[in-house]
Ligand binder design. Sequence first.
Ligand SMILES: C[S@@+](CC[C@H](N)C(=O)[O-])C[C@H]1O[C@@H](n2cnc3c(N)ncnc32)[C@H](O)[C@@H]1O
Length: 354
Amino acid sequence: MSDDNPTARALALQAQACAGLGSAFSGALLASAAEDVAAGGPTADVMAPWAGRDVRAQIADAVPLRLLGALHDLALSGDAPALTALYPTADSAGDAAGAWGVARGLIAGQATRIGAFLGHEPQTNETRRSVALLPGFLTVAAETGLPIRAFEIAASAGLNSLWDRYHYDLGAAGQWGDVGSRVRLDTDWRGGPPPLGADVRVIERGACDRAPIDVRDPVARRRLKAYIWADQPERLARLDAAVEAVLAADASVDKADAATWPEQHAAPRDGAVTVLFHSVFWQYMPADSQAALTAAIGRLGQRASAAGPFAWLRMEPPPDNLSLMDIRLTLWPTGEERLLGRCHPHAAWVEWLG
Ligand SMILES: C[S@@+](CC[C@H](N)C(=O)[O-])C[C@H]1O[C@@H](n2cnc3c(N)ncnc32)[C@H](O)[C@@H]1O
């Protein structure tokens, strides 16, 4: 692959990453797209807005994942049955070579539609991260004995805001939650059990995101799904079930910046423990916003009391390593901070230290 074509190079790098992360279908599609760009085919035309940017900038802007999402969106839409027929299903791995042949024709013939999709910033909302947050909520409930007011920042579509309505299978450590829930979350749990017997009652909840996804909008809902790799049926099924739960709960996510929303909505109140939580978003905030949010959380902590504690629960990568996440809890009025555990970025495993 020629190094002097940054778009082709970025697509090829993402192809390798997808294949390495278990999505052979996505890897094969992107490898073909990389060749098409290098050869000046229709993919080069549709990716032209990024042509002047270097590989690093294109990866940072998730340009290859935009293309992958655009094709998956077309396959999901039903508007391109020949493409849909070659995409993976729960029972089949799909036909990547055949799908690319159809996709290349669609990229040429539906350049406006594809181009419009490419303009969206990719966004995923990974419900399984609730498996990593749950033990934090259990710890808060066990230690305070109070009902919970739960406020999520950077909530995307708000799927994890309903964490208490799902069912959890922590292997030998035990199970928790609503056995009737269609959202069934499991993980490779490492370590002793969290306090599964804690009395958990969520009496109030709220959520914000700077670009919330309204799952009531079928186009936005399909776009959210399109960014999941097509040969990952478990993630796709989990998303469908969680979206149903959000629709049934009629839950919504405020459009607001995480640096300002908590002080307006999540101040501690007597008679409950107020929990501000987030997962996998800290790195997207500029340093001044990170500092502003940290200061705001500190001020909220200062307003906490034994009758109205305040907790900051988060699943975020340590500064030097994006391949795993720390699960941290700070609980006021003492303001004691603890590393509760570590986990895989999608919570495929959780190592409990609590
Ligand atoms: C990788 S997604 C994670 C979404 C969700 N927390 C999860 O774990 O599935 C990052 C989210 O952070 C949001 N975001 C980034 N910066 C933000 C900010 N300053 N204020 C609010 N939301 C923000 C994005 O819109 C996006 O929904």
